[in-house]
Structures are given as C-alpha cells and as structure tokens.
Design a protein around this ligand. Structure first.
Ligand SMILES: [Zn+2]
Length: 388
C-alpha cells in the first residue's frame, strides 16, 4: 500500500510545531518534482519552516485543493509505548505521532498524485501543506496572503483533518485572549488601602462564568454540535508574589469557541466592558489599577452552506447524504473567510486519537482515503461543473 509507505516516511520527520519542518517539506518537494510537478515554498520570517503549495494541471482554471498541516503536537510528558517518530503496525493500526493528525491524509494525497495522468487533467489539483497549524493556524496565513493575489485561486478546498472520512461542513471558531490585571501593591496588613490584582482577576472570571450561563440559557443552540452552544473557558492563571504582599499583577488566559452564527468579537467586547466596570471604582484613588485584554490568537468558524456546489461535488464522490459539524477548528475557516473558497473537512482517522500518546490511524481508514482520492482524481479529468 503506497500511502502506508509514504506515511512511514512522513512520520520519521519529527515536525513538532516548535521545530523546523523543512526536511519533510524538502521530501515532499522532491516527491513532486520527480513526478514533474512544480511547487513553491512560502517560508516563515526566520526561514526555519515553510508552507508548500503546488498546482498540478492547467493553472488557468479553478481547481480543487487538498489542504493539510505538516506540524504535529509535542510528545513530552506522554507515555508512548514505542518511539513516536517510527511508524509501528499492530492489529491493523499504524501508530506514530501525526498518523491521524494529519500525515495520514498527506500520505494518501502524495500516493494519489503518483497515479495522476497530468495530460488528462481538465481541472487542476492544488496541494497546500502548512506549518504551525497546531499553535493556532499560524503558518497558513502567509500562504493565504499569496493566494489572495492569485488569478486562479482554488474553487474547492478539502481539509484532510481526521473525520473518519465523514464530510464535515462546519466547525466552531476560536478566540484566545489574555487578561492583564494591574493592581497596586502594599503590605498585606494594609490591604484595604490598595488594589488586589487577584481580586480583579477573580471578579472578571466570575463575569466570564456569568456570560457562559447567559449563553447557555438564552443564546443560540445548534444541536448538530456535541456542545450545542458557544463556550467560554478560563485555562490558566498566575499572580502574586507572597502572602504578605497585596499583589499588583495577575494574568489569566481564556478562550471563546463560537458557533459560526455567534460573533466572538461582540462577546469579547462584553468582557472588556465588564473589565472596565470592575476597575472603575479605583480610577480616582489608584489610577494604575486596570484590566487590559490582549487578543492572542483567533481563527474563524467554518460554515459551508448545504446548498453550495462543493457539497454536491462531495456527495457525488462519496455517496454521503449527511454532512457533519465538528467541535475542533481547522484551517478551513481561514480558507473560507480569506479566499471565499468553498471548503469542507474530510480526512482519515479519528480526532479521538489525535494529540494522545500512541496516536494511531487504522489501515482501513488510509484505504478508504486512497479510494476517495482515486474517485476525486477521476473527477478532475472532467471540468468541475458549477450549478450556481
Ligand atoms: Zn490537525
């Protein structure tokens, strides 16, 4: 099985997000150039990582893009049975970091291009393999900047994140922020004369909890998601030096994971408003007391219409009648928002195995992805039809 051989190779590159992915990218570039296919790299500022972009076939027509990220999450602190960067087979499962998230899909894509007859391509195939997806869809944004200026951006995008090969049309967006709570320090015996930064933080955290309750009670619910509403969550906090000092600084990190129909900016504005109200009583007595909210990362939700052409296209290729919605984010939201490309998520393996020790993909899943991509290949030999 060719995709399995290629996966073996891809897993051997330990492309944890913090490290370089250039060796893996060079391997893919070599793979494509041996087949006579061009590709271009879009590097990060430091030139230590790169996105790879390739258009195979007639470049003056809108094509179908396969999108995947080449980085993986770290393995430190996880109890792996064997080396995470050596592919191991057991009971028809393939173990290794990145097998399901998401080098399995990339391996299938590289196997499929080996079987392409370029002269038959009526519709081009685009490949977009990114870096730094796992730390907030960072790398692909540079590629998107380039594609915005392209005369022939892709028409459809298939993001191969693990969905057990079930087509997915929507996922939540994410907004991550850090609240910097500035108090005024003093000896703890004089505590009422100053402003306790930890109190500022805890008041704001209570407001965030309140906001979550409001959303649950009165907000939008979409029962197609496991958690049917937008979620707010505080995940990390640090503040204070010693018990006998009223702390002058406390910071915490929180996130909003929004339904496509909810506006995370409006929620963040509400939280900033609450922060201002919490600090307001100190404005005159302690002008240094304040809460600043810093946006640290955001990516948009994906919300492809069931009426869109790509849904019809994927129906024909997969026979699927239902299209799912998932909780986890992908680069698909960015492709959809920034380029207006009709996007779905569809890939082998299960998100249940992602980011865990002994991550695996079932060989059967690779086989199903191979079969899907063969049907896609046949579809590319025809012009992509549009109904709208
Ligand atoms: Zn992923």
């Amino acid at each position: 099985m060719r995709s399995r051989e290629l996966l073996d190779k891809l897993i051997s590159y330990p492309t944890v997000s913090r490290d370089s992915n250039l060796e893996l990218i060079a391997f893919i570039q070599q793979h494509l150039s041996t087949l006579g296919y061009p590709s271009e790299l879009v590097h990060n500022e430091e030139k230590t990582k790169a996105n790879l972009y390739s258009v195979i076939g007639p470049a003056d027509k809108p094509g179908v893009m396969l999108s995947g990220h080449t980085d993986v999450v770290p393995v430190e602190g996880q109890n792996w049975s064997t080396d995470p960067f050596t592919l191991r087979e057991s009971n028809d499962l393939l173990f290794g970091r990145g097998t399901c998230d998401m080098k399995g899909f990339i391996a299938c894509a590289l196997a499929m291009v080996e079987t392409l007859d370029k002269s038959k391509l009526a519709t081009p195939l685009h490949l977009a393999f990114s870096y730094d997806e796992e730390i907030g869809c960072i790398g692909v944004r540079r590629l998107l900047e380039n594609l915005k200026h392209s005369n022939f951006p892709p028409r459809y995008c298939i993001v191969g994140e693990p969905t057990l090969m079930q087509p997915v049309i929507a996922h939540k967006g994410k907004t991550a922020a850090r609240a910097h709570c500035h108090g005024v320090e003093c000896h703890s015996s004089l505590a009422p004369q100053s402003v306790n930064a930890i109190y500022l933080a805890s008041e704001l955290i209570s407001k965030i909890q309140q906001k979550q309750r409001q959303i649950i009670e009165n907000g939008t619910h979409d029962r197609d998601y496991d958690i049917s509403h937008t979620t707010l969550h505080v995940g990390k906090i640090a503040g204070g030096i010693a018990l006998n000092i009223v702390p002058n600084y406390c910071a915490f990190e929180f996130e909003i994971r929004n339904l496509p129909t909810d506006d995370p900016k409006a929620i963040l504005d509400d939280i900033q408003l609450a922060a201002n109200e919490i600090a307001a009583p100190f404005l005159e007595s302690h002008p240094g007391a304040k809460i600043e909210i810093e946006l640290t990362n955001e990516y948009p939700a994906l919300n492809t219409s069931t009426e869109s052409d790509i849904v019809e296209f994927i129906k024909q290729l997969t026979g699927a009648n239902s299209f799912g919605k998932i909780a986890f984010g992908t680069e698909g939201g960015l492709f959809s928002r920034e380029l207006g490309v009709e996007t779905i998520v569809l890939g082998p393996g299960s998100i249940e195995q992602a980011h865990k020790p002994d991550e695996y993909i079932a060989i059967d899943q690779l086989g199903r992805c191979d079969a899907f991509l063969q049907r896609l290949k046949d579809a590319l030999y025809q012009p992509v039809t549009t109904t709208n």
